[in-house]
Design a protein around this ligand. Structure first.
Ligand code: SF4
Length: 262
């Protein structure tokens, strides 16, 4: 991937999704940290439904520790892995109170020490809550980067992140993360990417491969339809021929009879 091609990709996704943003609802770094922790293997939509009431009931780390674990589990039970996540939230809140004065730390390294917070979550928190440029690589960012050959097919998540950091100007890291997510979520979807109307088809190896496969499949379908049509016509002709024989016979008999009458 060269710089010109990368610029073309960045400008195109910027045109497509100028307002891309973090879709997890939150009012402060603490809520964002909880929301991102909850979002592992779960859609943002479900997380937002749960946090709409969760964030009213629990506003501080102390609030989460003031209830039995079972109650917190129950409050987030619509979310996958809720038992694990509830336990991590309480452990995280304990550490925030004991080591960070009840605040979410700004440092990436400190964040990744918190239970349930990995590199991706830390990147989301530092970039969205503290304006520190970062590219969090989630499933959409990884898929799109690989399809567009920004990254190699067998790159790890960390390798994808490093490639993006190298190719994207630092001051565009955070917005590029959001735009790649929007692009992957709404356009270059996992199952049915919109390659036929994609403005990046000219630079996308995966898209070109898919379009060729589609054309081949259409050709095959056309041929199959043509064969079926021919076979159908032949069958109809046979059937018509078979039907017309007795008719002809009747006509001949009628003519013979007419002749005799005359
Ligand atoms: S051409 Fe297809 S695979 Fe490539 S980026 Fe566009 S939608 Fe995704």
């Amino acid at each position: 991937m060269n710089a010109t091609k990368m610029r073309h990709i960045l400008d195109t996704i910027a045109d497509l999704f100028p307002d891309a943003h973090c879709e997890l609802n939150h009012r402060n770094p603490f809520e964002l940290t909880i929301a991102v922790l909850l979002s592992a293997q779960c859609t943002d939509e479900t997380v937002n439904k749960v946090t709409a009431t969760l964030f009213e009931k629990y506003r501080t780390p102390e609030d989460y520790l003031s209830v039995p674990l079972e109650e917190l589990e129950n409050d987030i039970r619509r979310i996958g892995l809720f038992r694990n996540k509830a336990a991590n939230i309480q452990k995280l809140c304990r550490i925030l109170i004991d080591r960070f004065g009840g605040e979410v730390p700004r440092e990436h390294a400190a964040l990744t020490e918190l239970p349930g917070v990995g590199r991706k979550t830390a990147n989301v928190v530092v970039s969205n809550a503290f304006d520190v440029p970062a590219i969090a690589v989630d499933t959409h960012v990884e898929r799109v980067s690989k399809r567009l050959a920004i990254a190699k097919p067998d790159d790890s998540v960390l390798e994808v992140e490093k490639r993006l950091m190298k190719l994207v100007p630092r001051d565009e890291w955070t917005i590029t993360h959001h735009r790649l997510i929007f692009f992957g979520r709404y356009h270059c979807k996992a199952q049915n990417p919109k390659c036929d109307v994609c403005p990046l088809l000219d630079v996308c190896p995966e898209g070109k491969k898919r379009m060729k496969a589609t054309v081949r499949a259409e050709d095959r379908a056309k041929k199959a339809r043509a064969q079926t049509g021919k076979a159908g016509s032949a069958r109809n002709a046979d059937a018509n021929g078979a039907k017309s024989q007795p008719t002809r016979k009747r006509q001949e008999q009628a003519a013979a009879k007419g002749g005799a009458d005359a």
